[in-house]
Write a protein that binds this ligand. Structure first.
Ligand code: N2P
Length: 379
């Protein structure tokens, strides 16, 4: 019989209740296991144990406007993920001084929070990273009585796998991961992840600084599930990624927009919204979901346990759930809003429209992922 790997032992201990979810995460990360794998094991072993630990925050008054807000708010969020006026308008209306710091990957965000950096009131991880932060006890339950606009969120975006009881998250934006490319620098639009194996574009391509999406792309390339845990399938995905690496300029996410615009990069694994932002600067940039399929994801706001300005954080969450504020964010980022209240303020850019929800979700439906009527209406 083959010997269990340390990771399998940890997973068994977690499943059989010998290890808490928090200790599982700490030990797995210590062994060098990626966040995405840790997140998927936690999701697979969910239920039972109460997450987070620690004392709950004292419940503030029921009326969001009843108490005086703190005078400051610190937000830590992905780059290019807000409209220009989102924060200034909040500051003016609520008399709060807000600062915004940005990151480029879930790993960067988690490393920062894990290292004990405090002072952030709101952060915006992707779903699987929320599972990890929650198991580490780093995020706080939200007080729904302070966020009456929660009712504006489409049902598709509630009761998610990473927040099954809607206690921790306010969904921010959703999107897909596919391929951005320069129409003028390629003989034909790429239609497969195989483009990254094509030596003809060596040095002119990038894949994202995102383990889940890179491994996921190569799993899909071979027709496997994005969530495969099959060792042989994962080994093949690794081999495909290593083969692609020889042709890549770098692993780069949002900052690749500048290189696509200049033409220094002609093919980039990227999210649809960041591609739309780049296309607004150079109309030779387009986006495609490879025929093998890509990923669809949701990012959500969560509040670190150490947040010093919890009332202001709740006020901001309620503010971004106003239909016109959510629409302005989507107009600027090119991503979908989880807000289902219709507003005239939603004016997708012409270029973004061609990659709009129904078109993007068609391949997803072929993969058996249901979009939900509400989601199409809400975008
Ligand atoms: C930010 C885009 C973030 C998407 N520019 C990550 N899921």
């Amino acid at each position: 019989m083959s010997k269990k790997t340390p990771v399998q032992t940890l997973t068994d201990d977690l499943q059989q209740g010998r290890l808490s979810r928090r200790n599982f995460v700490l030990q797995a990360l210590g062994l060098g296991v990626s966040l995405s794998v840790v997140g998927s094991v936690l999701t697979a072993c969910s239920g039972g144990e109460e997450e987070g630990g620690g004392e709950p925050t004292p419940t503030p008054g029921a009326d969001p406007a009843a108490d005086t807000l703190e005078k400051e708010l610190r937000i830590y969020i992905w780059s290019d993920y807000l409209a220009e006026d989102t924060v200034p308008n909040f500051e003016k209306e609520f008399g709060v001084k807000a600062t915004v710091d940005t990151y480029e990957s879930n790993e960067e965000l988690i490393a920062k929070l894990q290292s004990g950096v405090s002072g952030y009131d709101l952060v915006c991880p992707s779903g699987y990273a929320i599972t990890v932060l929650s198991a580490l006890g780093l995020i706080e339950k939200l007080d729904a009585s302070r966020i009456p606009n929660l009712g504006n969120i489409a049902a598709t975006f509630r009761k998610t796998s990473f927040d099954p009881n809607d206690e921790l998250t306010v969904p921010w934006q959703w999107g897909t991961t596919g391929v951005a490319y320069r129409k003028d620098l390629l003989p034909a639009p790429p239609d497969s992840w195989a483009i990254f194996h094509d030596k003809a574009h060596a040095g002119k391509m990038t894949m994202m600084d995102d383990m889940r999406d890179v491994v996921g792309a190569w799993l899909r390339f071979r027709g496997h599930s994005l969530n495969s845990k099959d060792p042989a399938q994962l080994a093949q995905a690794k081999a495909d990624a290593v083969l692609a690496k020889a042709n890549l300029q770098s692993f780069l996410s949002a900052p690749v927009k500048a290189q696509l615009i200049s033409g220094d990069v002609r093919v980039a694994q990227l999210w649809n919204g960041d591609t739309a932002q780049a296309a607004a600067e150079n109309d030779q940039i387009a986006f495609v979901l490879p025929k093998e399929g890509g990923s669809i994801w949701l990012d959500a706001m969560v509040m670190p346990k150490t947040a010093p300005n919890k009332k202001a954080a709740h006020a901001f969450l309620n503010y971004v759930l106003r239909p016109e504020v959510g629409a302005a964010i989507s107009n600027a980022t090119g991503y979908g809003t989880p807000n289902e209240r219709r507003t005239r303020a939603r004016r997708p850019l012409q270029r973004w429209r061609s990659w709009s929800t129904s078109r993007i979700l068609a391949p997803m439906r072929r993969l058996g992922i249901s979009s939900g009527r509400r989601l199409r209406r809400g975008d």
